[in-house]
Design a protein around this ligand. Sequence first.
Ligand SMILES: Cc1cc2nc3c(=O)[nH]c(=O)nc-3n(C[C@H](O)[C@H](O)[C@H](O)COP(=O)(O)OP(=O)(O)OC[C@H]3O[C@@H](n4cnc5c(N)ncnc54)[C@H](O)[C@@H]3O)c2cc1C
Length: 428
Amino acid sequence: MNSHYEVNSHCELSHCEFSHYEVIIVGAGMVGASLACALTRAASAGQVVPSVLLVEAAPISLDGPPRQPGFDSRSTVLSASSCDALAGLDLWPALAAHAEPITQILVSDQGRFGAVRLSAAEAKVPALGYVAENGALGRAFNQALLRSQRFILRANTRVRALKAVPGGMHLSLEGSDEVLSAALVVLADGGRSGLAAQLGIERRECAYGQSAIIANIACELPHAGRAWERFTPKGPLALLPLPDFEGEHRCALVWTHPAAEAEAVLALPDAAFLARLQADFGQALGELKKVGKRALFPLSLTMASEQVRPGLVLLGNVAHTLHPVAGQGFNLALRDALTLAHEVRSALALGTSPGDMRQLLRYQESIAVDQDLTIGFSHHLVSLFSSNKPGLGLVRQIGMAALAHVAPLRQALARQAMGYGQPRVDLE
Ligand SMILES: Cc1cc2nc3c(=O)[nH]c(=O)nc-3n(C[C@H](O)[C@H](O)[C@H](O)COP(=O)(O)OP(=O)(O)OC[C@H]3O[C@@H](n4cnc5c(N)ncnc54)[C@H](O)[C@@H]3O)c2cc1C
């Protein structure tokens, strides 16, 4: 390698111990774990695989449910392009058995007649995306993390502080005097650890004044691959197809309410909760029979004031959190992660440090359009459908009618939902 950038040589086996790495990732949620797999997947001729350490505060084992906080009782819509990417990272085979294909998306505006139907058949694809429970995603990711010989995983280890030093960053760990160093630190800590704030990076927040109630719902009729997105005056209501379980047809619910009302709905007895949901959703799934464990998520759009600095990248929820209306948060972060992995490997092939600011600015430039489009799409969808401003009802009606009758518009929307509407990096 023609190198003016020198660190300890590239790590190939999990039993080698360095305290300096080319890349340290903080956080093995969905985003940090995907990045570790993307950075270290098999290299073709001329490519360089960086030495990578992945540090996770929660314990990771295959006994019992995953312990990382993101692998909770939610479900995630994986766009078709994310499924392609996860297949390229060898993660899809473990996930596919737990993922339900979406073959139709039905979008409607409560109180107005008609719905827009996006269909896999019209888009000429087997599925517009897949839905998987986060617990199942966690088990598949954790299997891959524990199995990988390509990077080092330190679970049950919390990063206490980060410090910029010439040529990279130093990390100190909670309960230890050990100091780790890296040419590039990728902060994928979900934004709750305070590490970004320690570095003076602010989170800009726009609260929607809404909270999402999530739960699994058992229903009388099979969903037949349909996902429903219904806009109500209180906020969007989504029912997403899940695999049947123990003979029951199931859907994942994401039900948005004004923040002030959400706690009361969350606390309703099961029968009253289901009756209210049935009234808002209607009869398309027959009787809504059972509701599983419920959880509440206050919703806001947050953006980090900086996503790159010399030797540092913010990725996933710490960089941006979106309203879940279009199911895009992880899908967007996965595309960011693939682009970053591409830039890191390109930097190493050129003998440049992966923390070099020129390289990181190239990364930032490559993701900017996708982030603006995806974040803007989710944000404007919420604003348009949650507002009672005079005139907006008419705008919605015209928009829905146009989508219902103009096939190219529907196809553009389907491409956006599948994650193919944005420029993206293919796995080399
Ligand atoms: C209701 C809801 C529904 C959603 N639905 C969808 C959807 O359908 N599709 C979609 O694409 N997105 C969806 N999202 C968004 C998606 O959940 C997030 O984008 C994704 O979870 C972000 O993951 P992450 O890895 O960035 O963060 P996290 O999952 O929070 O992971 C961060 C990890 O960092 C670890 N950590 C924290 N601090 C430290 C430290 N100091 N040292 C070491 N480790 C640390 C944590 O233990 C954790 O494991 C939804 C979000 C919500 C709220």
